[in-house]
Design a protein around this ligand. Structure first.
Ligand code: ARG
Length: 460
């Protein structure tokens, strides 16, 4: 049997393999809500402009509303022979209301229809992701508040560098997530342009009102070039670019949780709810959720790369290649959403081991920079010389097997005779942290001020 939607010039139906490679209903059924919203807006506009009758419009809107119920309740019977969500719904509408349904596709094509549906879908997803980002920021901020003066080692090269506060460390992720939020917000402006009415590619001779459909669907404006409107998938690429960067941030935080929760570090303990055991080793508490979040970037960035490859070299305008825009994007958006939810849960539930962090903060001669700074400030030594003197003192402490503040004054003076008792004021990790008051520095008073700033921003 030839296709009932476009079979006019076809004598026979498609080969089974053709049907299999061509059909997208298996995955585009997930935007039935957007498809129905787009069709209702289109029908309203066709009636308003006198292109179809009000009676037909009423029948179409009533029929689509009933179909939406059926779809919501999983009662709709999808047909692969009807290829995609657009033709499945239109065909079901025709079975339900007859003749009027056949007028719905006036001044429209699946090309502008699918572009419209997908923009609506991505817009909804982005709105949800932005809410989830705010929730994770709020969870991080809450933990930062309690840990504004908790001392931990700060690392470069994953080697102890200088002591910092845990609150400061957590706020670094609040900053990253804020950039993610604004990347999505900015992408949303370019997502929110309406292709509907571009028709197949060239526009239409019917007196349609594109401002009306754009407005009804919550778009900022209609797309101004019909060729671009049906062939543009930048909004998918850009959203996945933002998603990739956000997933990369989550991956870094996840990696820190993996490291911190090892018995060797012991900085954090994940809750039972976010740990798993081993089937053979009874002592294990594995950070599986963190590991999976660390890995999700692979499929998210993979989807972005795959879609970029699909689009490159496509001549204007629509080509069926572009049907490949959906599965990767769906998977990427789902994966990021799940990662954000899991990270928020983990952050809310885990416990920090302040004693282990404090102990580690003092190891590795982490206040060596403070000693060098003291030599510069008090003895007016050029920083490079101070760096050298401090290096000798560190070597001495290492030979003696003690921390910097455990060396005697005599031992310090054996390297630099000008050193006085006063130096011990800067050699403790508490003093080191408290002294970092430069803007953006780790001093607890700075961290408190940053927390107050973020509270304001996140609550407004
Ligand atoms: N299922 C198609 C897609 O996802 C809808 C657009 C089909 N347009 C066409 N000219 N065959 O891209």
């Amino acid at each position: 049997m030839s296709n009932k939607m476009w079979g006019g010039r076809f004598a026979a139906g498609p080969d089974a393999i053709m049907e299999e490679i061509n059909a997208s209903i298996g995955y585009d059924k997930r935007f039935f809500r957007q498809d129905i919203a787009g069709s209702i807006a289109h029908a309203n506009m066709l009636a308003k402009t006198g292109i179809i009758s009000k009676a037909d419009r009423d029948a179409i809107v009533a029929g689509l509303t009933e179909l939406r119920e059926e779809l919501e309740q999983n009662r709709f019977k999808f047909s692969r022979a009807l290829e995609d969500i657009h033709m499945n719904i239109e065909s079901a509408l025709r079975d339900r209301i007859g003749e009027a349904a056949a007028r719905l596709h006036t001044a429209r094509s699946r090309n502008d229809q699918v572009a419209t549906d997908f923009r609506l879908y991505v817009r909804d997803s982005v709105d949800h992701l932005m809410e989830q980002i705010t929730q994770l920021q709020t969870a991080l901020l809450q933990r930062a508040e309690n840990e504004h003066d908790t001392i931990m080692p700060g690392f470069t090269h994953l080697q102890s560098a200088q002591p910092v506060t845990l609150g400061h460390h957590l706020l670094a992720y609040v900053e990253m997530l804020s950039r993610d939020y604004h990347r999505f917000k900015d992408a949303r402006k370019r997502i929110n342009v309406c292709p509907l009415g571009a028709a197949a590619l060239a526009g239409t001779g019917f007196p349609i009102d594109r401002d009306m459909t754009a407005r009804e669907l919550g778009f900022d404006r209609p797309a101004s070039n019909s060729l671009d409107a049906v062939s543009d998938r930048d909004f998918v690429l850009e959203t996945m670019g933002a998603a990739s960067i956000c997933a990369m941030h989550l991956s870094r935080l996840a990696e820190e949780l993996v490291i911190w929760s090892t018995p060797q570090f012991g900085f954090a303990t994940l809750s039972d709810g976010f740990s798993t055991g081993s089937s053979i080793m009874p002592q294990k508490r594995n950070p599986d959720a963190a590991e999976l979040i660390r890995a999700k970037i692979g499929r998210i960035f993979g989807a972005q790369v795959a879609m970029t490859m699909v689009m490159k070299g496509l001549p204007l305008t629509y080509s069926k290649d572009m049907q490949e825009d959906k599965e990767g994007a769906f998977d990427a958006l789902d994966s990021l959403s799940l990662s954000l939810a899991a990270m928020t849960g983990m952050m809310q539930d885990l416990s920090f081991n302040r004693a282990a962090m404090r102990a580690a903060a003092g190891s590795g001669f982490s206040t060596a920079t403070d000693l060098a700074d003291w030599l510069v400030r008090t003895l007016k030594m050029p920083f490079r010389n101070a760096h050298h003197v401090t290096g000798e003192i560190v070597a001495l402490a290492e030979r003696q097997g003690v921390a910097l503040n455990e060396l005697s004054l005599e031992q310090l003076q054996s390297v630099e005779p000008g050193i006085t008792e006063d130096v011990f004021n800067v050699l403790s990790v508490e003093n080191s942290v408290a002294s970092r008051t430069s803007f953006g520095g780790t001093a607890p008073e700075n961290v408190r001020a940053q927390i107050a700033r973020w509270r304001n921003l996140l609550e407004s």
